[in-house]
Design a protein around this ligand. Structure first.
Ligand SMILES: Nc1ncnc2c1ncn2[C@@H]1O[C@H](COP(=O)(O)OP(=O)(O)OP(=O)(O)O)[C@@H](O)[C@H]1O
Length: 618
């Protein structure tokens, strides 16, 4: 369980100095918006167009309502001065204002509805794209914590960015409304616009400053927030419940969670309080500005320069303009902040795998002619100084059954990962039929090399699907699934389940059933039989099986792998000795290679380990 010290990886948690974002960067981040809108457009062109059109209509309504209001007031005042006035025009004006008010409400609701539908479609589409992109990336990239931070931030974009959509579109809509309203003010007195700007700029600068701080805080805390998620999961999940109870871990996990979440809360609280205090002060300046303009307009009305209707129109325009401008400016900060988060999403999409097919990749040979040749192969994990494999020189012949033995950490699993091209060698090369493994089409290679890892995944899906995982394209092919289950002895396990092949496994969903370790292993082994791979790799496939099951599995395995190349990792020498050759690894290097008899004759490490284990059984 990876619980780091409270200092986190980047030194102090939420190290703001490393994560500071300048205004220039914020503006630069706006460049992400066109790509974002392309993604929204792709989610649904028709909803997108409808949204834009409705917003343009909605934008014109406030100024129309204000203007009709002015006409109504002027008309009312006129009629109070006339003895037998005709009210018809007044009723028409009131009717028009009512109609506009109803239309405005209807448009507002339709826009909100479309925003949310479009937002859902966008979130779904982005989630799919994140998964699709993840599938192309290297295993090594998944093992890098900074990659995980990026992935985590990208994931958050799928939900958070739907807000950005309404914000940017709202921004456009409000700008159009502002343009209309400002037209009226300019006609009356251009200085009012200056007063307006002076009134709102302080609060914009304040908003901008605090948004920047808040983004830096959240971004700087990504690793810790991932740790919080992890702790929350470990503290309350079926996967960990057993060990949490046995080892009495809940206090340990809870305390760590409390400590970390409290640190984040206090930093965030400090920022929120400062933000609220400054916000009230700066918006007070805006209010003073509004009242100065109001006094000016009243003064001119009293002086008889403008009508009472003009007074209401101008005061209303000024008030609305101020709140629109404040809204636009403060939304600018959130939009640019949203655009910064988008940068994280696009940065994630920009990560390219190192392990990929070349343009004119070779098809995997059918059948394999010369086999795999390891030429001075060495591999070092990117975060490690140690060589996991080094100086490997040997040939894996077509049709050969090769067993890998060695102590824990000797490099057996790493070797098979290199063979399946989950990693590329750090030095040396692996040849297949005389050509570098990197020259072959990756998809074809993966289809031809089947691997069952010791830490295979227990998918919380049906028993049938858990076997079909080996060749997911055949998930509807029940007879194939059943015969694979027979070969791996999983059929006895599955036949005892209430819903047999349709039985949900694991306890996460509905009426899921949990299997024992050995039963799961039989199911996972079934995956190997699903595919027609030319090379089969089993990494400790029988570790959890009882002695009889293991014997049977290997009887069948020998039949299945007739004519196929197979690599087998096992710590049980009764299994290992069935292989044609045995490769003994020590500290990542090849120590001995040969058949069981040859290695016994050599009387080296293999002979020593074999006798040690045999003695244990006597
Ligand atoms: N993802 C990884 N990142 C960094 N180091 C790793 C990683 N996986 C394995 N190692 C290191 O590489 C070395 C070889 O590991 P490997 O899993 O190949 O050993 P193994 O022989 O299969 O061991 P075991 O018998 O315990 O399964 C070990 O020292 C291990 O700590």
């Amino acid at each position: 369980m990876a619980i780091r010290s409270s200092t986190g990886r980047s030194g102090r948690p939420g190290n703001e100095t490393d994560e500071k974002v300048t205004l220039r960067e914020r503006l630069g981040a706006l460049r992400n918006l066109p790509a974002f809108f392309r993604m929204v457009w792709d989610a649904s062109p028709s909803l997108f167009i409808a949204n834009v059109i409705l917003r343009i209509f909605r934008a014109a309504i406030p100024v129309l309502i204000l203007y009709i209001g002015k006409l109504i007031i002027d008309e009312v005042i006129l009629q109070t001065k006339q003895s037998n006035a005709d009210h018809e025009q007044l009723w028409w004006l009131i009717g028009a204002e009512l109609g506009l008010a109803i239309l405005s409400d209807g448009l507002g609701r339709s826009i909100a509805l479309i925003d949310s539908l479009l937002g859902d479609l966008f979130a779904n589409k982005t989630s799919v794209q994140i998964m699709e992109h993840a599938a192309t990336l290297d295993l090594e990239q998944f093992e890098d914590p900074t990659f995980y931070d990026k992935l985590e931030r990208a994931r958050q974009q799928t939900i958070g960015r739907t807000v950005l959509l309404s914000q940017v579109l709202g921004q456009v809509q409000d700008s159009i409304t502002m343009f209309f309203l400002a037209g009226g003010l300019v006609a009356f007195n251009p200085w009012l616009i200056m007063v307006l700007l002076l009134a709102v700029i302080p609060s914009f600068l304040g908003e901008n400053y605090f948004n920047e701080k808040s983004y830096s805080l959240v971004r700087g805390w990504t690793p810790e927030r991932r740790e919080l998620d992890y702790l929350r999961y470990m503290g309350a999940s079926d996967e960990s419940a057993k060990e949490v109870k046995i080892f009495g871990l809940s206090d340990f996990l809870i305390n760590r969670f409390k400590e970390l979440s409290w640190q984040f809360y206090t930093q965030n609280r400090r920022l929120s309080i400062r933000r609220a205090s400054w916000g009230s002060l700066l918006s007070g300046i805006g209010t003073i500005g509004y009242y100065s303009a109001y006094v000016l307009i009243i003064w001119r009305t009293i002086g008889g320069k403008i009508s009472i209707g003009d007074l209401t129109f101008l005061a209303g325009s000024f008030r609305q303009l101020r709140s629109l401008l404040e809204g636009i400016l403060s939304r600018f900060s959130s939009v640019s902040q949203g655009a910064l988060y988008l940068r994280d999403l696009f940065e994630y999409f920009d990560i390219t795998p190192n392990i990929a097919s070349l343009d004119n990749a070779l098809p995997f040979p059918r059948p394999i002619q010369q086999g795999f040749v390891f030429e001075n192969v060495g591999f070092r994990y990117h975060n490690s100084e140690r060589w996991a494999n080094r100086h490997l020189n040997f040939t894996l012949h077509p049709g050969e059954k090769l067993a890998l033995v060695g102590e824990n950490g000797a490099g057996k699993t790493t070797l098979v990962k290199l063979l399946a091209r989950l990693y590329d060698p750090t030095e040396g090369r692996i040849l297949l039929d005389g050509r570098d493994l990197r020259e072959y089409d990756l998809k074809d290679l993966r289809e031809n090399i089947g691997v069952i890892f010791q830490d295979f995944v227990r998918f919380k899906m049906t028993a049938g699907t858990n076997i079909a995982i080996g060749k997911i394209g055949d998930k509807e092919n029940l007879s194939r699934i059943e015969s694979s289950a027979q070969q791996s002895l999983a059929n006895h396990v599955i036949e005892k389940l209430p819903a047999r092949y349709d039985q949900m496994l694991g306890r996460s969903f509905g009426d899921g059933v949990e299997l024992s370790g050995g039963e799961w292993q039989k199911v996972a082994l079934g995956r190997a039989y699903m595919r027609d791979a030319q090379v089969l790799i089993l990494d400790e496939p029988t570790a959890a099986l009882d002695a009889r099951a293991e014997y049977e599995v290997f009887q069948r395995f020998a039949e299945l792998t007739q004519g196929k190349t197979a690599v087998l990792i096992s710590h049980r020498f009764s299994t290992v000795r069935m292989a044609d050759r045995i490769l003994v690894l020590d500290n990542g290097e090849l120590l001995e290679i040969g058949s069981h008899e040859e290695l016994l004759q050599v009387n080296g490490r293999y002979a020593e380990l074999f006798r040690l284990q045999a003695r244990g059984y006597q």
